[in-house]
Design a protein. Structure first.
Length: 91
């Protein structure tokens, strides 16, 4: 199955994520069947390596039918990181 079109862009930003810590991001009003990909990009600063992972992506539906997506980013490096979460989604 081919994807006809993708939208991409910055979804969220995180500041000061310490080694071993996680940030959790949520967004409500998701559409049923919409496919989304997430990547955490650490800001590049000279002389220091930074590593991040998107460790979980989940979605839930409330009793009233509101869909919410949750994205968790973990710092798997040895230094504090600032970052952006970028998203690609089908339209």
């Amino acid at each position: 199955m081919a994807i006809a079109k993708l939208d991409t862009g910055l979804w969220a930003t995180g500041i000061g994520l310490a080694p071993g810590q996680e940030h959790s991001w949520t967004q409500a009003d998701q559409n049923y069947g919409q496919v989304r990909w997430f990547v955490a990009h650490p800001l590049a600063l000279p002389g220091t390596e930074r590593r991040l992972e998107v460790t979980r992506v989940g979605e839930w539906v409330s009793a009233s039918g509101v869909r919410t997506i949750n994205v968790v980013v973990r710092n798997v490096g040895s230094t504090t990181a600032n970052y952006g979460i970028f998203v690609a989604q089908n339209v």
